[in-house]
Design a protein around this ligand. Structure first.
Ligand code: ADP
Ligand code: MG
Length: 322
């Protein structure tokens, strides 16, 4: 199968809302009047972002999900995406699964595949998503203010637990692993929550590299610091603890939640007066939102227990070049 047959078979889709879809030199998008385009790119490299053994349909889902998660963090509605794909060979079973997983998530969000590029090389997947958001209403990292609550959607830490089981550093009961593996391989981008938080949240980010690091980006952009309740944070993990008397287990769970990465939840801030509004947005979006701390004027992140006593922390978020 040649390059153009491959594109036609697996990646060409008729345009629905786009003014022009794939097949020409450019695609054309027409944002509605009063809307701004929100654009984000994420690349997935074999061996770095995913295991070579992963099911291709799950990989297709995840490649798009991590990009939709960035739109969610801005409160943008997905419109379209492009796919740049480097493939070592034409493997039709892989292409069928990959495109099916990716396009199912695309259809669920009304996000059209409008073009891309296809080349031979090491397996590498790069997606650019385009979304729209009413002018001036995008959620940014820079809006957090001292006194704001710090919130997190859904659950944290489970994807990292699954990764550690794959790496062989940890073993857990099969049911716990299966659930954690779904969080790692089929993350849920919080698109509806992001949109519902427009006009409510003061700042937002998606948690991809780990809670501490990603909240750190919000704090840097907002010129602020934060206090995080470690007990509330650790309760965000879905996987149940092992032996409750095992201190190493508790410490490891805290590490997964604070610095695990690959969560694709939203961390966001909102004034205490907006608690009911946040709860309403979360309910409307069908996801839990949990308050885990507060923005403070002093820079840095202070980890406390439920009573506000300091907790020593030695966890760092993922950095490709650290
Ligand atoms: P060009 O040489 O003009 O860059 P290409 O030959 O690379 O065009 O691609 C032909 C058409 O197929 C273009 O419209 C491009 O957007 C689309 N396309 C290429 N690869 C992909 C892909 N992986 N997914 C979706 N569309 C693709
Ligand atoms: Mg090209």
């Amino acid at each position: 199968m040649g390059e153009f047959d491959l594109i036609a078979r697996y990646f060409h889709r008729p345009a629905v809302h786009a003014a022009l879809g794939g097949g020409d030199d450019c695609a054309l998008l027409q944002p509605a009047p009063g809307m701004q385009l929100a654009i984000s790119t994420d690349m997935l490299v074999e061996g770095r972002h995913f295991l070579s053994t992963v099911d291709p349909a799950r990989l297709g889902h995840k490649a798009l999900a991590v990009n939709l998660s960035d739109l969610a963090a801005c409160g943008a509605r997905p419109l379209a995406f492009t796919l740049a794909l480097s493939l070592p060979q034409v493997d039709t079973a892989w292409l069928e699964g990959f495109s099916r997983g990716m396009l199912a998530l695309a259809d669920a969000h009304g996000c059209e595949l409008v073009g891309g590029d296809t080349t031979r090389g090491p397996l590498n997947i790069c997606i650019t998503v385009f979304g729209e958001v009413p002018r001036g209403q995008a959620l940014l990292r820079s809006g957090a203010r001292p006194g704001d609550d710090l919130w997190v959607s859904g659950s944290l830490g489970d994807a990292r637990l699954a990764l550690e089981v794959f790496r062989g550093t940890l073993s857990v009961p099969a049911g716990v692993f299966d659930a954690a593996r779904l969080r790692m391989e089929l993350p849920t981008p919080r698109v509806a929550l992001g949109a519902a938080l427009r006009g409510i949240a003061t700042a937002a980010i998606d948690v991809s590299d780990g809670l501490l690091g990603d909240v750190g980006h919000v704090l840097a952009a907002s010129n602020a610091g934060a206090r995080i309740d470690a007990t509330a944070a650790v309760a965000l993990m879905s996987a149940p603890p092992g032996d409750p008397s095992d201190g190493a287990d508790a410490e490891r769970r805290l590490g997964f939640v604070l610095a695990g990465g690959d969560d694709y939840e939203l961390a966001f801030t909102a004034p205490p007066g907006a608690r009911d509004a946040v709860a309403g947005a979360a309910e409307q979006a069908g996801v839990r939102a949990t308050r885990i701390g507060q923005i403070e004027a002093a820079p840095g992140i202070r980890l406390t227990d439920a009573d506000g006593r300091p907790v020593v922390q030695r966890h760092a978020s993922f950095d490709h070049f650290a």
